[in-house]
Design a protein around this ligand. Structure first.
Ligand code: HSE
Length: 406
């Protein structure tokens, strides 16, 4: 019998106990032994749960129990999840997690601690929920060089943007629906302001480059400013607005950022709707590889956590390449240097006058067909963020700017 503990009996932690119960036989076959949840660490009590008797409030009970060989950390937040994970690894226990905040901020230290103690630190569920995307970096793609990543990494914002498009509704209206459905939290900032997607692209680019960027070096932009006019303009320009997490090289330096981007209608990412996630990984040998599936939710995420439990306990993780990255501040290209083409909308100016002005800043200026009266809309390119800022500062009629996906 392999005894494990779950830290945090919330949506994901509760899902893990259910998945382990439901798939008990298959898991035992894969691990070569029965897996038993011996403890659950939580501040609360769960008298009505069949696992209520296994709840402890003191982590040292678990840390001191040599029978516990693995901890599934599903607490969320940086602290005390980071400290408890470090402690468990130091005590020779594997740690698996769904906690992208901890991996994005402290993954380098946790992996180092796991290596020192001959155990695994695994985090498949931290990116893309139920989509297997972390392990493929370490297995199938391990002989290749990842040169780019483009992903819809946040289910909540994809739900909001999909509804804004299909039902022609405003951001604030769809956000309320997302909150009622339980996709968006009461404070929706981490999702809508791109913070969650930023953590995920930080983790993926760390796997691609071996360097975990500093949180402050990675640009993230909100979708709060996306208006129905932008959604309509994207449609007329043959595009769809998506919140994209990107990694690519800009003059040899990794550029890592999250922002709303207008994606071409025939791009596979344009057809990814609702709470689904999709990640395109561009490799120098293999070419493009796509990962698609449920990026959020109790069971997809719990399924990915359970897969890591199996990988750690069966020895599969030890046999594969272990994820390794170190952290480095200033390792990312300055976002102001990254070049894009842009959708630009100006108010109160004729398209012919505006077009001439824009040509002074951008090489290519094409009007978007069917602009509403009193508005001039263009696709302009290419320019760096710095050049774009100079253009915006030079006039007071810029109503909207949205970057175009490559
Ligand atoms: N809030 C996240 C999302 C959950 O909407 O994608 C999964 O990380």
């Amino acid at each position: 019998m392999k005894h494990i503990a779950i830290f945090g009996y919330g949506v994901v932690g509760g899902g893990v106990t259910s998945v382990i119960e439901e798939n008990r036989e298959a898991i035992a076959r894969a691990v070569g032994d029965e897996v038993d949840v011996k403890y659950i660490l939580d501040l609360r009590d769960f008298p009505d749960s069949p696992y209520g008797g296994r709840v402890v409030h003191d982590a040292s009970v678990i840390m001191d129990d040599p029978d516990v060989c693995l901890v599934a950390e599903t607490m969320g937040g940086s602290h005390p999840a980071f400290e408890l994970s470090m402690e468990a690894l130091s005590r020779g226990k594997h740690v698996v997690t769904s906690n992208k905040e901890v991996v994005a901020n402290f993954g380098d230290r946790l992996l180092a601690r796991a290596g020192e103690n001959g155990v695994s630190y695994l985090f498949e569920a931290s990116v893309g929920g139920g989509i297997p995307v972390i392990r493929p970096f370490l297995t199938s793609l391990s002989g290749d060089t990842v040169v780019g990543i483009s992903g819809i990494l946040n289910g909540t914002t994809n739900f909001i943007l999909s509804k804004m498009k299909s039902e022609k509704r405003a951001f604030s209206d769809v956000l309320k629906e997302a909150q009622v459905l339980g996709y968006a939290e009461r404070d929706p900032s981490a999702d809508v302001d791109g913070i969650d997607a930023k953590r995920k692209i930080m983790i993926l680019s760390a796997l691609a480059t071996g360097t975990l960027p500093d949180d402050g070096d990675v640009y993230a932009e909100s979708i709060r400013g996306i208006a129905p006019e932008d959604v309509s303009a994207a449609e007329r320009a043959g595009r769809v607005i998506k919140l994209i997490g990107s990694f690519r090289y800009e003059k040899g330096s990794p550029a890592i950022f999250v922002c709303p981007q207008m994606v071409k209608k025939d791009d596979i990412l344009a057809g990814v709707n609702d709470v689904y996630n999709a990640i395109r990984v561009r490799c120098s040998v293999t070419g493009d590889v796509m990962f698609y599936g449920r990026g959020a939710g109790r069971f997809p995420t719990a399924g990915a956590v359970t897969a890591d439990i199996v990988a750690a306990l069966s020895g599969a993780a030890a046999a594969e390449c272990a994820p390794v990255f170190t952290k480095k501040s200033g390792s990312v290209a300055d976002f102001d240097r990254v070049r894009f083409s842009y959708y630009i909308r100006l108010a109160g100016v004729s398209p012919s006058d505006a077009g001439e002005d824009l040509s002074r800043y951008f090489d290519k200026v094409e009007p978007v067909p069917g602009s509403p009266a009193g508005k001039a809309e263009f696709i302009c390119g290419e320019a760096s963020g710095k050049e774009l800022k100079a253009f915006v500062a030079s006039r007071d009629d810029v109503e909207s700017v949205i970057r175009l996906a490559e």
